[in-house]
Design a protein around this ligand. Structure first.
Ligand SMILES: Cc1cc2nc3c(=O)[nH]c(=O)nc-3n(C[C@H](O)[C@H](O)[C@H](O)COP(=O)(O)O)c2cc1C
Ligand code: SF4
Ligand code: SF4
Length: 461
């Protein structure tokens, strides 16, 4: 059995799964129950300055019959008194010495306030502190949250104050509401932080109610931007994680990264580890399905690691990072084409329509008699009827014309019915960067590009 335990900047936990700082980690009772269920750690809901929260504070984005593909919130930090939180943190840590208890904090932008909150948190016996420089919707007006995370100089200065007051590991949590995540991450490195975490929530409005015309969620007739999280944000989080893992300064610093943003399944968790995360935080999936998902997360990850021959989490961390590249380095001669498995195809024609209307018009509809025929519109009344399916024409890819864009593969509703098959390259391997170096005029002038194509037998259709 794979060993799931981690040592994250000196913070140890029996598995890499921590509750993210959010409603699931809002009280001692909840964190206690999460630990009983098997969670490896918890980042306490952010504590700090007095606040008041509003009703109707969580919006959600549902799509295609699936509930809560993303959550959106205008919740502030903990509205429970700081003394109560600190007492409960100390109590949880006393009872769970083997679990990671990290405390998220956010206070006014002055050295005394930060020094005081750091000392009070340390007195609880907590294992680490996470600096919340990310909330996009609240406290910015008070110079906190993303007001700090979006200005690398502020982030560096405040992290510096914390580092000089702290004797336990400090994690800087980054906001995704910024053009280039590497810039604030480098500031955290230069301020001496012990670790990074990402992503906090993304600015969003989840919708407008078409009956009342109110913004969703509606708070007494008003609504506004809130923080977006959950499965829908995972691709953004993965990209930001990979950006840090491939950045010279951040990766050379060796700071561990706690990854979050859309982790719901063990597969998501494995992807975050492969792109460089050492610990994993979860919020929305817990808000959707409860603490019990920890069993699936741990069992699934452990089984997958066994299958792949990974003995420890450290063996997995960053294994896909060397594959992260840029367009200019991609091999322009690489070629894949779409192939349709005629036996599993249900002849819905989605691939035909997608290719014909939007990409390269290289799927033919072939009748039972073997003739290429014109499409006819889909008749919902025939849905599922064998005779209708059997009389529909079969889509067939003209491979010579297929550019391998992968759209048909993406729209096909039947798993593995369309496969993208790598075929022998028709041209010698080359990258855009190599063309730029050897023949820069080709990259600047359409006539030169035309000549280049003719010389190399490249036909665009
Ligand atoms: C309702 C809600 C409240 C949150 N409150 C906090 C908070 O107090 N402090 C913080 O650092 N992040 C907070 N977050 C952000 C989460 O910690 C996490 O960064 C984000 O939800 C992404 O993870 P997920 O996709 O697993 O939800 C909150 C998120 C949600 C949805
Ligand atoms: S891969 Fe693109 S070009 Fe090729 S058949 Fe599919 S949709 Fe058409
Ligand atoms: S989308 Fe898939 S199932 Fe539908 S016709 Fe094309 S190959 Fe067949």
């Amino acid at each position: 059995m794979a060993d799931l335990s981690i040592d994250f900047a000196g913070i140890k936990s029996p598995n890499p799964f921590w509750l993210a700082s959010a409603p699931p980690s809002n009280s001692g009772m909840q964190v206690h129950r999460a630990f009983e269920a098997g969670w490896g750690g918890a980042v306490w809901k952010t504590i700090g300055t007095p606040v008041l929260n509003v009703s109707n504070r969580y919006g959600a984005w549902h799509y295609g019959g699936q509930r809560m593909l993303a959550i959106n919130n205008v919740e502030l930090i903990s509205d429970r008194p700081i003394e109560l939180n600190l007492r409960e943190i100390a109590d949880v840590k006393r009872n769970w010495p083997d679990r990671a208890v990290v405390v998220s904090a956010m206070v006014a932008p002055n050295a005394e306030a930060w020094s005081e909150v750091v000392k009070r948190i340390q007195d609880t016996g907590a294992d680490g502190i996470e600096l919340n420089f990310g909330c996009p919707h609240g406290m910015s007006e008070r110079g906190m949250g993303s007001a700090v995370g979006q200005v690398p100089e502020y982030l560096e200065r405040i992290t510096g104050w914390v580092m000089s007051a702290a004797s336990i590991p400090i994690i800087v949590k980054l906001t995704p509401n910024i053009t280039n995540i590497v810039v604030p991450a480098r500031s955290a490195v230069s301020a001496g932080a012990n670790a990074l975490s990402l992503i906090n929530t993304i600015n969003s409005i989840v919708g407008v109610d078409l009956d009342t015309l109110a913004i969703t969620p509606n708070i007494g007739g008003k609504g506004g931007h809130g923080g977006y999280a959950g499965p829908a944000v995972k691709p953004i989080a993965l990209n930001m994680l990979a950006s840090l893992g491939t950045d010279e300064v951040v990766s050379k610093s060796g700071l561990p990264i706690s990854g979050m943003g859309g982790i719901s399944t063990w597969q998501d968790a494995a992807e975050f580890l492969l792109l460089g995360a050492t610990s994993l935080q979860v919020c929305t999936a817990v808000m959707h399905y409860g603490f019990r998902i920890i069993d699936d997360l741990c069992n699934g990850l452990s089984n997958w690691m066994d299958e792949k021959g990974y003995a420890t989490i450290n063996d997995v961390v960053g294994q896909s990072l060397h594959r992260v590249s840029e367009f200019k380095h991609f091999d322009l001669s690489f070629k894949a084409v779409a192939r349709i498995d005629q036996d599993t195809c249900i002849k819905c024609n989605l691939c035909y329509v997608a290719c014909n209307d939007t990409t390269h018009q290289c799927i033919d509809l072939v009748s039972a008699a073997g003739k290429v025929v014109q499409p006819y519109s889909y008749d919902v009344r025939s849905n599922g009827k064998d005779e209708a399916i059997n009389t529909r024409p079969q889509p067939v890819v003209r491979e010579a014309d297929c550019v391998g864009c992968r759209l048909c593969y993406n729209v096909c509703p039947v798993d593995h019915c369309i496969e993208m098959v790598e075929v022998a390259p028709e041209h010698p391997s080359t990258t855009w960067n190599e063309i730029l170096q050897a023949e820069p005029e080709v990259t600047e002038d359409w006539e030169a590009m035309k000549a280049y194509r003719e010389r190399n037998g490249l036909h665009i259709h």
